[in-house]
Design a binder for this molecule. Structure first.
Ligand code: C2O
Ligand code: CU
Length: 494
């Protein structure tokens, strides 16, 4: 815009030389005044815009600066290549004792394989699909090269029956991650297709035990088979498909055996289609050290943490020295009905508690100034009736209608999720982490990043984000039924 300023001298020169030649100089002067007027008002408008955005652009630069170093932009590839074959196929699972349930699974087990690598290792997954419907694998929360993100028609073609696809990437962050199909997720996830990917670091072997609890809920018929009606109008009118049976690692009564004094790292993952859990570890000394795979800035007590579909927490638990013979229930209290998720049973001799500080990431930004920065992009979450049934929309558009949002890598952005509906929407962004800044306009101090945030009924959640990883990434509700009914948009990071 400033370029127009340079046109001024030229314009004046042209006026003065031309006037000498012209016989009808009054018209020329009038025209010149009009043109000059237009230019001046243009300049005024743009300078107003400039003045308006500059204080915030400085603030946003400072926020981006505060973020820098919070997690790495690039990976270090200094480890082994860990190669795993994963086959999706039909199988059987005993969820309820004495009854066999037909499931779909990775490598014949539910949860599928628990892949453990060290930070710096490269993961190579040879995926083969033996199901009757196409599939893909998406690595939830892992910052992978865009073409490894497993999103049909966006980053790859679907993998059809009998076909294979090789996923290869070097995780940039250590932590708790999981993987699942991104094709017809409401059915494929519900039938049992998910697995765990753990990226270990120097803290991993210091714990007495490092365990994973995968929480799922299933909608079983009286015959103990999975209810075959997916994405029903009832699911769509509510918070997706909620089951009648909750399992941890596919068990109705998961038990973790521990000795007094042990310090346990328990990685909890919610892989349910729609159900949300509020975790309660009773009187146990249990601290959250990581959320959605990433270390928190400061460990905090786990009780009350809301685990929406897609979310993970790593819990650092110290078993009391005098707890021999005791057991501790871990339960969910999101609804009025309290569900026991699993039990920690303490037995045996007391051991020396491993002593080391909580693993934490001091570089998580506070972003206290982010509350005052204007929202860059607002996403309105709502439903509409399409004649054939309910559709879930973002800014009035379903996925097939949406226009991607373009963001510049390295710049601070404030995004608002405004839930106009009375249902829940755990919004999940691929390829990036964000931090909650405010709920309903009130500033929130969450000392950690997330990849999924639950937006409650009629709630507005504002998040801050500095995208680092380039590509086209999905942004969707992690209630599988809502996502499949349109509640998906995308961002392009340049
Ligand atoms: Cu678990 Cu598109 O995500
Ligand atoms: Cu939703």
């Amino acid at each position: 815009m400033k370029g127009i300023l340079y046109l001024f001298p030229l314009f004046c020169l042209w006026c003065s030389t031309d006037m000498k030649k012209s016989k009808n100089s009054t018209i020329l002067i009038a025209v010149s005044i009009v043109i000059l007027g237009v230019i001046v008002s243009f300049l005024l408008v743009f300078s107003v815009l400039d003045n308006d955005s500059s204080p915030f652009s400085n603030a946003k630069e400072a926020l981006a600066e505060e973020f820098s170093g919070a997690y790495p932009k690039e990976h270090k590839q200094d480890g082994r290549v860990v190669e795993v074959d994963i086959v999706a196929s039909m199988g059987q699972l005993e969820i309820v004792k004495g009854h066999s349930t037909s499931v779909w699974s990775y490598n014949g087990t539910v949860p599928g394989p628990e892949i453990r690598v060290r930070k710096g290792d490269t993961v190579r997954i040879n995926f083969t699909n033996n199901l009757w419907q196409p599939s893909t694998i998406h690595f939830h929360g892992i910052r992978v090269p865009n073409r490894m993100d497993g999103v049909p028609d966006i980053t790859q073609l679907t993998v059809r029956r009998g076909e294979s696809f090789v996923y290869e990437f070097t995780p940039k962050d250590a932590g708790t991650f999981w993987f699942h199909p991104h094709e017809n997720s409401s059915e494929q996830l519900e039938r049992g297709l998910y697995g765990v990917l753990i990226v270990e670091d120097e803290y991993s072997e210091q714990y007495s035990q490092d365990r994973v609890w995968v929480i799922d809920d299933w909608l079983l018929e009286d015959t103990y088979q999975i209810d075959p009606y997916f994405v029903t109008q009832h699911d769509l009118a509510h918070d997706g498909r909620w089951g009648n049976v909750i399992t941890v690692n596919s068990s109705l009564q998961e038990v973790l055996r521990a000795q007094p004094g042990e310090r346990i790292r328990l990685r909890v993952i919610n892989v349910s289609n729609g159900r949300v859990y509020t975790t309660n570890f009773g009187s146990l000394d249990a601290k959250v050290i990581a959320v959605d795979g990433m270390y928190v800035k400061e460990a905090f007590h786990v009780n009350g943490f809301v685990l929406a579909p897609g979310n993970r927490i790593d819990v650092d638990i110290t078993i009391p020295k005098n707890a021999a013979g005791k057991s501790f229930d871990v339960y969910d209290e999101f609804t009025r009905h309290r569900n026991i998720l699993g039990t920690i049973v303490v037995e045996g001799n007391s051991v020396v508690t491993p002593s080391f500080p909580y693993p934490q990431n001091e570089q998580v930004p506070d972003w206290t100034d982010a509350v005052d920065v204007p929202v860059d992009k607002r996403y309105v979450l709502d439903a509409r009736n399409s004649g054939t049934g309910l559709e879930w929309t973002i800014n009035g558009e379903t996925f097939s209608e949406h226009t991607p949002l373009v963001l510049q890598s390295g710049e601070f952005n404030k995004i608002a999720f405004e839930n106009k509906s009375f249902r829940l929407h755990p919004m999940h962004l691929h390829g990036q982490f964000f931090k909650v800044i405010a709920r309903n306009g009130r500033s929130v101090k969450e000392p950690y990043f997330r990849d999924t945030v639950l937006v409650g009924a009629q709630e507005t959640v504002e998040v801050g984000l500095v995208p680092l990883d380039k590509g086209k990434w999905l942004n969707h509700c992690h209630i599988a039924e809502h996502a499949d009914a349109g509640m998906t948009t995308s961002i392009i990071v340049r």
